[in-house]
Design a protein around this ligand. Structure first.
Ligand SMILES: Cc1cc2nc3c(=O)[nH]c(=O)nc-3n(C[C@H](O)[C@H](O)[C@H](O)COP(=O)(O)OP(=O)(O)OC[C@H]3O[C@@H](n4cnc5c(N)ncnc54)[C@H](O)[C@@H]3O)c2cc1C
Length: 461
């Protein structure tokens, strides 16, 4: 049994930086990774998808630059090249992450799968054979999540894709059926439509991005349908069948009626499930919910003192920046004696469809549900000078404000650079800048954010 001060399991967006900081603070630290340093964001999530979204945007521009006076005579999509570019960018980031861990003093990187063997003891099945047993007083779990695969008749018999394997395709599917109309499904659906696939999206709720306000779902549906993406809502998939030639038939229940769709590829994008099972948590006493998400308090400590869980494995908003913020909370509390918690932290996020959806704070539906005294400011992108000039007026900006205090409570920007514009509003929220002040802020012309003046000029009071 080897003794360490700190054991970090998983080198995701919290684990890597935390291990480095602990080691640099003089703690004898080990980080255990079963696959690749950097975790989901670097290897299967943000980095590769946004790299491919950029290629899809280039294809879209090539096909749609006529109105800007640029004629592109026939273009083709080079999928192997798109994949190669993505792989190179991912590898560069992964290698950087690995080097960072390997060159930190007091830090050891072990490749293998970790599980608990006792309250504060860990066994590792090493990737290159053999086993090791370690113990430490502080243990940090950052094992992330993986694609959830639903139980549907025939699914396990077909060659379905998930958000990881779809990025290994070196060809453009003829017809991609996407199961799940949320962030991941929509990003991939639009991307492959732009690469040339016929795309059908199936969503079991009454609308896509069903956690967002209805007007956002409606606007995004229009935008995606304008790109000839078929969207079925109120639809469940009940069965799959694959022929010898590879063609797949999906049986759908659409508003209570059975329908069959033939497609060449199926992407399952119905959410993510925590990677906690292999940890053998009953051996230590760390509790999970029924889905396997680790239970933590608002300081990210589990039910066992000295064992913390960070990032997607603990449930809640599953974003890279949240996992990274988890690391800063834990690190600063433990080593800088800060008193930080996850309570009331802002949760901004961006969906990288084109146009993007940038979101922060509460939605209109949440304001209504909470019975707040609120007002909604809304501005179509068609009224934004910069959007008109660049030739893309799809979407709108929207902010929820407190009628009494004039504070901004939440914002949604569906439009070009929606994530960046949302961040300007987030800064105003964090700094307590009220909407009546933003009306008269001097913003550089003609930026998208300049239109925040007009967004709030539309509000009374
Ligand atoms: C397709 C896709 C697109 C995304 N796009 C965005 C985006 O644009 N913006 C955004 O903010 N977020 C995005 N996300 C989400 C984001 O990637 C995650 O929220 C983020 O990576 C946080 O992960 P984490 O730190 O919890 O752990 P992860 O990054 O998942 O890392 C966990 C690590 O633990 C390792 N591990 C697991 N079990 C063990 C074990 N028993 N022993 C040893 N090692 C183990 C895993 O191999 C993995 O490397 C996206 C996700 C996906 C799938």
């Amino acid at each position: 049994m080897e003794q360490y001060d700190v054991i970090v399991i998983g080198s995701g967006q919290a684990g890597g930086p935390l291990a480095k900081k602990m080691a640099l603070a003089g703690k004898k630290t080990v980080i255990i990774e079963k696959r690749w340093p950097g975790g989901t964001c670097v290897n299967d999530g943000c980095t590769p998808t946004k790299t491919m979204v950029a290629s899809a945007k280039a294809a879209y521009m090539a096909a749609n630059s006529g109105p800007l006076g640029i004629k592109v005579k026939g273009f083709s999509v080079d999928m192997p090249k798109i994949k190669k570019r993505k792989d190179e960018i991912v590898l560069q980031s992964r290698t950087g992450n690995q080097k960072g861990l390997e060159t930190t003093k007091n830090l050891e990187l072990i490749f293998g799968e970790a599980s608990f063997t006792g309250k504060k003891t860990i066994g590792i099945k090493l990737n290159d054979g053999g086993e090791r047993q370690l113990k430490a007083n502080w243990i940090f779990i950052n094992t992330g999540a993986k694609p959830a695969i639903p139980t549907i008749e025939g699914l396990s018999d077909i060659d379905y894709l998930d958000s990881t394997t779809i990025m290994d395709l070196d060809h453009v599917p003829d017809h991609l059926l996407v199961i799940g109309g949320n962030y991941i499904g929509l990003e991939f659906g639009q991307m492959f439509r732009r690469f040339g696939s016929k795309v059908t999206i199936v969503e079991k709720s009454g609308r896509i991005i069903s956690r967002e306000d209805e007007d956002l779902s409606e606007e995004l549906t229009k935008i995606l349908e304008a790109e000839k993406i078929d969207i079925y809502t109120n639809t469940t998939t009940t069965a799959f069948k694959q022929k010898k030639d590879g063609k797949i038939t999906a049986t759908l229940n659409h508003n209570g009626k059975e329908e069959k769709i033939k497609c060449s590829h199926v992407l399952i994008a119905v959410g993510r499930t925590p990677q906690s099972r292999a940890l053998d948590l009953p051996k230590t006493g760390v509790k999970t919910d029924e889905r396997g998400f680790i239970h933590v308090d608002d300081k990210l400590e589990t039910d066992v003192k000295g064992i913390y869980a960070l990032g997607d494995v603990k449930g809640g908003p599953a974003f890279t920046h949240i996992s990274y913020n988890d690391y800063t909370i834990v690190y600063r509390n433990l080593l800088e004696k800060a008193d930080l918690s996850t309570k009331n932290r802002p949760v901004p996020y961006c969906m990288f469809t084109d146009p993007q959806l940038g979101r922060v704070g509460i939605s209109e539906a949440e304001a209504e549900k909470q019975g707040l005294n609120y007002k909604v400011a809304k501005l179509p992108m068609a009224h934004v000078a910069r959007a008109i000039e660049t030739g893309d007026t799809r979407g709108f900006m929207k902010a929820i404000v407190d009628t009494d205090t004039k504070k901004i409570l939440g914002a949604a920007v569906l439009g070009q650079e929606g994530g960046e514009i949302m961040t300007v509003l987030q800064m105003a929220m964090e700094g307590g800048i009220t909407y009546d002040r933003i009306r008269y802020c001097v913003f550089a012309h003609p930026l998208y954010s300049e239109s925040l003046n007009n967004l709030f000029l539309g509000l009374e009071g």
